[in-house]
Write a protein that binds this ligand. Sequence first.
Ligand code: ATP
Length: 397
Amino acid sequence: MSPEYPLGTIRTEQVWKRFKADQQRMLLRDKVEQLTRKLRGGRGEDWRWALRDINLHIEPGESVGLIGSNGSGKSTLLKMLTRVMYPYGGVIDVRGRIGALIEIRAGIHPDLTGRENIYLFGALLGLKRREVASRFDAIVEFARLGGAIDRQVKYYSSGMQMRLGFAVAAYLEPHVLLVDEVLAVGDAVFQQRCLDRMREVAEQGTTIVFVSHDLPAVESICRRGVWLEQGSIRVDAGIKEAMSGYRDSIEAQSEAGGRVGEPLQLLKHEIVGDGRENLTTDEPMTVELTLGGDYRGDATLHLGVSEGTSSPIFQISHEIRLTGEDHQVACMIPNLPLPRGRYTLWAGVYSIGKTDGGTLMSWHSVGQFDVFGPMLDTPPRAVVLAAPVFVPHRWEE
Ligand SMILES: Nc1ncnc2c1ncn2[C@@H]1O[C@H](COP(=O)(O)OP(=O)(O)OP(=O)(O)O)[C@@H](O)[C@H]1O
């Protein structure tokens, strides 16, 4: 790369990465194919592309969320940015000091104490001892390690190791901060503090690349979203646009989920408000369903509501008796606890019984609906709401 790119720049040009298929997880069919290739004089090796032609230009100070389903290549890309792995082809250049938390134990030496690890890491980043010393207290304080700082890291719990790893990565003032899923190891309060710290370092001009399946957390930190699908960049856009495309694709996949051949089908559904009008926050909502199928017996019907993603905000259940005829059932919620927005309704039916308990209609998204009413109040920075529930309330002073 030419030296004119400033510190904090990340550039990847036509990056490809492949792995040998995991021998242990290889299906018999793959094995037969591999042997056939060998017999025909081929190399007999089975490669899978984990990343295909990745071109990313990230400017200093940008905060980028890498999203995508399991196995789409997010961690592999992050590992290559930290130079833990090298590409098969293409060029990767990350300018400046890199702080990375990509695996709980990455970069942490178990035989050294927490203190020694902090100084070692600082030295590896090219910081002077004095520079590390001036940040030392902040690291220990953030990681809540107290007296354990002079204990060997091998005696730390995984939560303590993660806290040390994050504090070191985020407080030694890297030009680029790379964070993978690992935050999930910490408790909810610590996760909030990490998100808050990431926001702070972003504001100070550090470039951030954040990988997580916790979409609200990614949305609260990142301005730009890169959605990876089967090793390729599917969308590289503003975080809202990238998220909404990714969420739609999760929903489409679950709607397309193989329900053909199940004993029950959802023939009709309707979601209506009071007097069959629009749905409004804190007003009634009625869900009417017609189930078809010749199953006879007792079953549990589950309904759920999610906001875009596949994790419902709430879920309610009801026992029903199926007679083999079309079955109509309605559920009324007197005070809809949802603020203004677009939501997805989910449904599933499972039989009750000693001998034949099982899936009659698997859990899947049924349709979307809009709620009119107040917007949710904006929380303070880096506070991630697990779900947007409207709580009726009144203030007095
Ligand atoms: N060391 C490895 N050896 C063989 N295959 C690997 C290796 N690391 C990753 N892969 C494969 O590369 C692909 C991409 O994996 P990667 O872990 O980067 O995906 P991911 O998007 O981070 O997934 P997740 O969300 O589950 O963490 C997967 O098919 C995975 O099985």
